[in-house]
Structure formats: C-alpha cells, structure tokens
Ligand binder design. Structure first.
Ligand code: 5RP
Length: 242
C-alpha cells in the first residue's frame, strides 16, 4: 500500500502490484493440506506461489503441478513439492491468472505464453480460482487484451492467414534473443504465439471452437465455463465473481 497526503488527508492508494498481491494471497486461503494444486503462470500468481511457499515451509502438505517451466522454477525455489498429471490426473484446486475476464467468468489467457498447459491443467481441475486486478474486468471479451493463439511452427504463415479470417488481424509474438534481437517467441511446447486483435469477442465459445478447428492451431486462450471464482483485487479490497 502506498500512502499519500492529499488535501491534508492521508490517503491509501493501492498500485496494481498491490491489487495483484491481495487477490493472489486471498486465493491461497482455499489451499488445504492434502490437496493436489494446479500452479498457474504469471505475475499475479507469483504472489500466490510466494505465499504457498511460506505455508509449505511452515508445514502445509500439498503437491503442485506447474503450468509452465517458469512456474516450475519458482515453485522449486519456494520448496513446493511437485508432481505430474501422469501421477495425479485429478487436481483439487488450481490458482491461475488471466489477461481479461468478462462478467460471465469467461477468460482470455496466454499473455505469459502458457495457455496450452494452463488449459490442460484447468481441464483436470475440480475447482479453479482466477486471480486478477480490477483493470482486467471487461463487459465483452477481447476489448482489453489481444487473444493469444498457439500455433505450430510448420506452415505458420498459412495458419496465420486462416486465423486472420476469424480475427481480422494478428501479430506473431516476438521476444528478445540472447543477442538482443527480436525473434519469434518459442513456447514451452516449442510453438509460436499469434496475438489476435479482435474488435471484441461477443461469442467466445464459438470463436474458441472455430480457431481450434484450423490445422496448425494447437490451442487458443479463450477459457469458457472453466473458472469457478474470480478473485479481483480493487483499491477498496477484494471483490468476487462466481
Ligand atoms: C499466462 C497467463 C497468465 O495467467 C496471464 O497472462 C496473466 O498474467 P499476469 O498475472 O502476469 O498479468 O495466462 O499464459
């Protein structure tokens, strides 16, 4: 919390990091000993991983399944024991972030390029908590964040042409390489990401299916009917959608 004096009064102002932190930490209160926990990816979930690490070191008995190599690295550093979907095909609770959420609890995910593993983990989860700051809540999906779509490298230009027929315009996601030049980002699965610039996505269920029907598309970041609860950090505290 940042405190500022304004018109002679001390006013508490939460910056976005604080909003992420309070939402993520609130979600960890649902984690109990004995659970298999899906560990999402991103800068919001990061705060949940830190909190879970504290609790594990204090005796919480859980096993996590990470949704990305990055999350796996953080979980190991936090001493959170890990397992795999092969050993534990059913996950009790997953905590994950999102790039945009609508009032029907539909999500856009994949800003951190982990959408494929995140959807697999979501599909295996009995309960899913999504943690966001209030800036990510929109009335219609696709109006805040471009939709990430993971595609295989082979034939990526042809795949992009087909994807553009649905979204209008997409861009191949780039990332700095070791020499500092921009190169196509490679996901944990060895694929590319297209960021799709829809005007809006009023029928997300339909668009999710249409995109996944294109040869070369591995998965897209629309999550429909998957979240059980959205935990939203706001300057006045936590708000829920469920
Ligand atoms: C990664 C994701 C993330 O959960 C999403 O991008 C939100 O990340 P952040 O909390 O950093 O804004 O879907 O693929």
């Amino acid at each position: 919390m940042i405190s500022r004096h304004f018109s002679g009064k001390l006013i508490g102002i939460m910056n976005t990091e604080n909003l992420k932190k309070i939402a993520a930490e609130k979600a960890t209160e649902s984690v109990k000993s004995g659970m298999i926990v899906g560990l999402g990816t991103g800068s919001t979930v990061y705060y949940a991983l830190l909190k879970l690490g504290d609790r594990v070191r204090a005796g919480l008995d859980i096993v996590g399944i990470p949704t990305s190599a990055g999350t796996e690295e953080i979980a190991i550093a936090q001493q959170i024991p890990l397992t795999t979907l092969a050993s534990h095909p059913t996950i009790d609770l997953t905590i994950d972030g999102a790039d945009e959420v609508d009032v029907h609890l539909n999500l856009i995910k994949g800003g951190g390029a982990a959408l494929v593993r995140e959807k697999i983990i979501a599909n295996a989860s009995k309960r899913i908590l999504i943690v966001v700051d209030e800036n990510k809540v929109s009335s219609v999906l696709g109006t805040i964040f471009p939709l990430p779509v993971e595609i295989v490298q082979f034939g990526c230009e042809a795949t992009q042409t087909e994807v553009n027929r649905i979204c209008g315009r997409s861009t191949l996601r780039l990332a700095p390489s070791q020499d500092g030049n921009q190169q196509p980002l490679i996901t944990d699965n060895g694929n590319y990401i297209l960021d799709c610039h829809f005007d809006s996505i009023p029928a997300p269920e339909q668009v999710e299916l249409q995109l996944n029907n294109i040869p070369g598309v591995v998965e897209n970041g629309i999550f429909v009917n998957r979240a059980d609860k959205i935990i939203i950090g706001t300057p006045s505290g936590i708000r829920y959608m469920e």
